[in-house]
Design a binder for this molecule. Sequence first.
Ligand SMILES: Nc1nc2c([nH]c(=O)n2[C@@H]2O[C@H](COP(=O)(O)OP(=O)(O)OP(=O)(O)O)[C@@H](O)[C@H]2O)c(=O)[nH]1
Length: 316
Amino acid sequence: MAVKKLIHVAVAVIVRGGRILIARRPEHVHQGGLLEFPGGKVESGETVQQALVREIAEETGLRVPAETLEPVIGIRHDYGDKQVFLDVWQTAAAEGEAEGREGQPVFWLTPEELRDEDFPAANRPIIRALRLPRTLHITGSLAGPGEGECRLDQALQRVTDGLVVLRAPGLVPEQYRRLVSMALARCSGSSVGVMLHGGPALLSEFTEADGLHLPWREAERLSGRPVAGNVRLGVSCHSAEQLRQAERLGADYAVLGPVLPTASHPGEPTLGWEAFEQLVAAARLPVYALGGMQPGHIAKARALGGQGIAGIGFWW
Ligand SMILES: Nc1nc2c([nH]c(=O)n2[C@@H]2O[C@H](COP(=O)(O)OP(=O)(O)OP(=O)(O)O)[C@@H](O)[C@H]2O)c(=O)[nH]1
């Protein structure tokens, strides 16, 4: 059997006023009739940035300064008839009025309006990535009766948006539920989403939560997605095999680490940035770097293909 060549595709997420430029693929082409982000094949001798600037101009008439392009995610996907590497970059600095230069309809949608079933299968992780923040705040120690709520309350005041994973393995279920109620009340109406940490049963009790984050010990015994599609699912992973399991569960994101040494898990072996990059390159979902992270590492994690950073020390 002939080995299928991997086609390098430059994919552009053009953002304006919180909306993203989307086009409909012509009926007669590969994945025809579906929606897509503007883009196309990287020609030989071209960098991905050059391909993006060219494709965006050809397809939409917009001008994009190459230096404004930032990496979003890279996705390898086998369609059976062809194998693609979608190299996804984002810009909020496109100039001009968008038009379908190749006769294709173009329109602007919010990340929440992007539906998996309207796009080619490879786009699912891209849509997830666009709906996820760059920072995942994980709660630290909440020990001591009564101390937990006070500590959490103070910490939440420092978060203005993004996601908080309410991790409190030391608490008995009743204490944990109290904390969840408090966190949900405090974050309601704000742009901070609360992810519960534990098994699937938790989520049915707290329907206002943003979603469920599975520790690996919970993820490893599941065989399918344990929550509905409209709530977020995250999984803690430490290896390539665990990332495969997160993909099998249909997770919206994974956390991978420890990448660097960390005070909360002293002496634990670390992956380092090189292994992080390799593991992320093979992953089909957005992946956060965990372990020893500081806000200054967001750009590094994203440059290596990650979604951003996750951790305790930088906010707790
Ligand atoms: N542009 C674009 N291509 C995508 C997306 N998702 C996705 O799977 N693809 C796949 O990536 C490949 C890109 O091919 P293309 O047809 O847009 O590229 P092109 O204009 O350079 O190719 P052509 O000259 O053969 O028509 C196709 O196989 C397409 O199905 C997406 O969101 N945007």
